[in-house]
Design a protein around this ligand. Sequence first.
Ligand SMILES: Nc1ncnc2c1ncn2[C@@H]1O[C@H](COP(=O)(O)OP(=O)(O)OP(=O)(O)O)[C@@H](O)[C@H]1O
Ligand SMILES: [Mg+2]
Length: 330
Amino acid sequence: MKIAFVGKGGSGKTTLSSLFVRHLATAGAPVIAVDADINQHLGAAIGLTEEQAAGVPSMGAQLPQIKEYLRGGNPRIADAASMIKTTPPGSGSRLLRITEDNPVYALCAREFTVDGARLRLMATGAFDEADLGVACYHSKVGAVELCLNHLADGAGEYLVVDMTAGSDSFASGLFTRFDMTFLVAEPTRKGVSVYRQYKEYAADFDVNLRVVGNKVQHEDDVAYLREQVGDDLLAVVGQSDWVRRTEQGRAPGLGELESANRAALRVLREAADATYPLRDWGRYTRQMVRFHLRNAESWGNAKTGTDLAAQVDPDFVLGEFAQQREAVTA
Ligand SMILES: Nc1ncnc2c1ncn2[C@@H]1O[C@H](COP(=O)(O)OP(=O)(O)OP(=O)(O)O)[C@@H](O)[C@H]1O
Ligand SMILES: [Mg+2]
C-alpha cells in the first residue's frame, strides 16, 4: 500500500508519518518510510540518532543507478540516460517489491530497529536553497515517482511517504501515485485552505484524500474541521505530550503514546487498507503513461533528444503479479 502524508508546512506531516510507520512496523507489517519532504526530518522523528539519519543516502544522487536497474532488459528504453522520472515500466523492466532485497534498496535504503521492530528508511536527500522551485527539486522527488511507478506492492505491506503539499507536488504525477493520501491539517484557516487546494487538484485524478486533523485541543477544533472538510475528516490527533517529549530527545516508546492518538493511528491504517479492493492497476498504469507523455512533450524529448513516447509499452499493465505472469508465459 502506497501512502502519502501531505499538508501545510509545520502541520505535522513528519510527526504523523513517523508515528504511522512506527505503528505499522510494531504491528509486524513490512514498511518502507520515504522522506520526500523539503525539510528532511523523518529519520529523527522515527527516533534515529543524527548519525543514523545522516547515513541514509540521498536517492537523488543514486538516480542513474536506480534507472539502470529498473530499465532491466526493456527494449524500449535504450539506456538510463534516456529514462526520465516518468518513464513507465514495460515488458523487460524490473519491478520493486516492498519486502525483497534489491540493488535499489541496497543503494538507497537503510534498515533500523525502532520500538523493537524493523523498518526501512529512504530519503530524497536535502533540498538546498537553490533547489527550491526549480528542476532539482523535481528531480529529487522524481526518484520517488520512478520507484512508485515500478513498485508492485500488495496488501498488508506499506510504503509511506512524508511529502510536501503545494504546487510543487502537482507539477509531477507524484500526487496520483498513492492508494491513500492523508492531508494533515491543523484546525486553522490556513490548514483547511491547503486541503481545499489539494482537493481541487486531486479531483481529476481519482486521488483518495482524507484529512487528519492535528494538534487538536478541544471539541471546538474537531467541530471546526468537521464543518470545513465534512466527511473527508478521517481522524484527529491531539496536541501530544508524547510528541513533545520526543522533541526533547527523551525517546518514549510508541507504547506510551496517548491512547486516543494510538486509536487514531489504527483508524488511518484501516482507512488505507480499505482502499486495497478498489485498486485499479489499469488506471494506475494509464495515469503514469499520461504524465509521461505530458513530460515528454513539455521538456523530456528536448532534453534527451529522443522520442520518449516510444518508451510506452502499450501492452504492459503494472500489477502485483506482473512479473510472475510474464515468467509464466515465457
Ligand atoms: N500532535 C502533536 N502534538 C504536539 N506537537 C506536535 C504534534 N504534531 C506536530 N507537532 C510539532 O509541531 C512541529 C511541526 O511538526 P512536523 O515537523 O511534523 O511538521 P511538518 O508538517 O513535517 O513540517 P515541515 O513542513 O517543516 O516539514 C514539530 O515541532 C512537532 O513536534
Ligand atoms: Mg516535515
